[in-house]
Design a protein around this ligand. Structure first.
Ligand SMILES: NC(=O)c1ccc[n+]([C@@H]2O[C@H](COP(=O)([O-])OP(=O)(O)OC[C@H]3O[C@@H](n4cnc5c(N)ncnc54)[C@H](O)[C@@H]3O)[C@@H](O)[C@H]2O)c1
Length: 430
C-alpha cells in the first residue's frame, strides 16, 4: 500500500484485518517512524486499535523501502495524494505517476497495480503506458479500485461499504481484487466490475453528485430564510421520498474536506476538455465557494455590522466532526475573514493537530467550549462535534459577554436558545 494517509492507512489496516499481509510504504520517514512506534499520524476513530492489533499479529508492517514492501506482493495499491494542481484546477497526478514508475522499476515479478487514489478518467491508461515503458519485461496489470470511505467513519465504511468498484482489463486483475475483497462478498456487498475508465468516472460522479445535493439544500436554506420556511422540515419532507433520500440534505456553511472541493474541480476541468461540460458541477463549485465567504458576512451582520475589537468564540474548525483533517474546511475562509475584520478569535476544537498549523497565528486556542465562550461578544458554531450538542445554553450564556450566536450547523434548538437570552440565528430556520 503506497501512501500512509487517510486512505492508505485505513485500507491497509482493514485489509490486514481481513487476514491479508499488508506492508504500508510512505516517502515521509516521520510517518513511518511514528507508525512503527505505534503512533497514528492522523485522527480517525478506531484506527489506533486496528493498527496496533494487526501490527502486533505481524500482518501489518511499515517501511520507507518500496522494493522490500512489494517483494512477492500480488497487488500493489496506490493511495497517494491527488491534490488540486496549482493554477488550473486539474488533479495533480505527479505523485501517482511517480509512484507507478517506482513500483514498475522495483518489481521483481508480475503484479497487479491498483489505483485507489481518486484520479481523472484516462489516468489508468497513462499509468499503463508508464509502467510498460519502465518495465517491458515484467507483466504489470493495472486496475482501478476507487475508495469511497468517509473520514470519521472510515473503518466502518471500508468494512461494510455500499459497494466495491473494480475497474479491470484482465482476468488476473479481477481475480486478485476479488480475492482481496472476499470477506465483503460474504456479507453480500455488491461488486461493480467495469472498465478502468468507467471505474475512474464512477468515483467523480458519486462525489460530484453529493456536492450538488449539499449545495442544493444550502440554496434551499437561503430561500427558506427569505420565505419564512424551515429548511429542516423541507429536507425531511423531500428526503423521505425514496427517490431522493435523506442523507446529505443538511444545510450548512458549504462543503469542505479533502475530496469534494478538489474532485468537483477536477471533474469540471476533465469534462470541459473532453467537450462535455458538466455545468451543474461548475455552478456548484462557484456557489459553494461564495457560500463560505457569505458565512463570515453573516456573522459580521449578526454582530451589528462590525466585529472590530470584538471577541468571537468559534466552536469546531475541522472540515467535519470526528476528523482532524483541515483540507478546504470552511473555517479556513471564515476565521481569516473575521480576523481581517478586526475580531479576536477564541477557538475550540477537540482535534487541533492540523488546525494550529494552517489557521492564522493569533487565534487563542481554548481548552473547551465554555473556555472559548469566556467573555466572547459572539459565538459561531462551524463544525458539529457531538459534544457541542449537549452544551447547556444557560452555562454558555453565563460564560459569554454578548448574546450573539450563529449556529452554522443547526445543532441547537432555536426556542431554547432564545429562552436562554441569545440573539440566535441558524441556517434556513425561522
Ligand atoms: N481522505 C479521504 O477521505 C478520501 C476518500 C476517498 C478517496 N480519497 C483519495 O485517496 C487519495 C489519498 O488521499 P489521502 O487523504 O489518504 O491523502 P494523504 O495526503 O492523507 O496521504 C497521501 C500519502 O501518500 C504519501 N506518498 C506520496 N507519494 C508517495 C510515494 N511515491 N510512495 C509512497 N507514499 C507516497 C504521502 O507522503 C502521504 O502520506 C487521494 O487521491 C484522495 O482523493 C481520499
Amino acid at each position: 500500500m503506497l501512501g500512509a494517509g487517510y486512505v492508505g492507512l485505513v485500507s491497509g489496516a482493514c485489509f490486514a484485518e481481513f487476514g491479508v499481509d499488508v506492508c504500508i510504504v510512505d516517502t515521509d520517514p516521520s510517518k513511518i517512524e511514528a507508525l512503527r512506534q505505534g503512533r497514528i499520524p492522523i485522527y480517525e476513530p478506531g484506527l489506533d486499535k486496528l493498527v496496533e492489533e494487526n501490527a502486533r499479529d505481524g500482518r501489518l508492517t511499515f517501511t520507507t523501502e518500496l522494493k522490500e514492501a512489494i517483494r512477492g506482493a500480488d497487488a500493489v495499491f496506490l493511495a497517494v495524494g491527488t491534490p488540486t494542481r496549482r493554477g488550473d484546477g486539474h488533479a495533480d497526478l505527479t505523485y501517482v505517476f511517480a509512484a507507478a514508475e517506482q513500483v514498475a522499476k522495483a518489481a521483481e515479478g508480475p503484479l497487479v497495480l491498483v489505483t485507489k487514489s481518486t484520479v481523472p478518467v484516462g489516468t489508468g491508461r497513462k499509468v499503463k503506458e508508464i509502467v510498460t515503458a519502465a518495465r517491458p519485461d515484467v507483466q504489470i496489470d493495472v486496475a482501478s479500485n476507487p475508495e469511497f470511505l468517509r473520514e470519521g467513519n472510515a473503518i466502518g465504511d471500508f468494512m461494510r461499504p455500499d459497494r466495491v468498484v473494480i475497474g479491470v482489463e484482465s482476468e488476473r486483475a479481477a481475480a486478485v481484487l476479488k480475492r482481496l475483497y472476499r470477506p465483503l462478498y460474504l456479507i453480500e456487498t455488491p461488486v461493480v466490475q467495469t472498465s478502468i475508465e468507467t471505474a475512474e468516472l464512477i468515483k467523480y460522479a458519486a462525489n460530484a453528485f453529493l456536492a450538488v445535493k449539499i449545495t442544493f439544500i444550502n440554496q434551499m436554506a437561503d430561500l427558506c430564510e427569505r420565505a419564512g420556511a424551515n429548511v429542516h422540515d423541507v429536507a425531511r419532507g423531500m428526503g423521505l421520498d425514496g427517490r431522493i433520500g435523506r442523507k446529505f440534505l443538511h444545510a450548512g456553511p458549504g462543503y469542505g474536506g479533502s475530496c469534494f472541493p478538489k474532485d468537483t474541480l477536477a471533474l469540471a476541468r476533465t469534462a470541459q476538455e473532453l467537450g462535455a461540460p458538466v455545468t451543474i458541477v461548475e455552478q456548484t463549485i462557484a456557489a459553494n465557494d461564495a457560500r463560505k465567504e457569505q458565512m463570515a458576512e453573516r456573522v459580521i451582520a449578526a454582530c451589528g455590522g462590525s466585529v472590530e475589537g470584538k471577541t468571537i468564540a468559534v466552536l469546531g474548525v475541522t472540515f467535519k466532526p470526528e476528523t482532524d483533517d483541515m483540507r478546504d474546511a470552511p473555517s479556513l475562509v471564515i476565521l481569516p475573514a473575521l480576523a481581517a475584520a478586526g475580531a479576536s478569535i477564541r477557538a475550540y476544537d477537540p482535534q487541533t493537530g492540523h488546525a494550529r498549523q494552517v489557521l492564522p497565528a493569533g487565534i487563542h486556542w481554548a481548552d473547551g467550549a465554555l473556555d472559548a465562550a469566556k467573555n466572547a461578544d459572539a459565538l459561531v458554531l462551524i463544525t458539529e462535534w457531538n459534544e457541542f450538542r449537549a452544551i447547556s445554553p444557560a452555562k454558555l450564556k453565563a460564560a459569554m459577554r454578548g448574546e450573539v450566536v450563529c449556529d452554522l450547523r443547526n445543532v441547537w434548538d432555536p426556542a431554547q436558545m432564545r429562552e436562554a437570552g441569545f440573539a440566535y440565528s441558524s441556517i434556513g430556520r425561522p
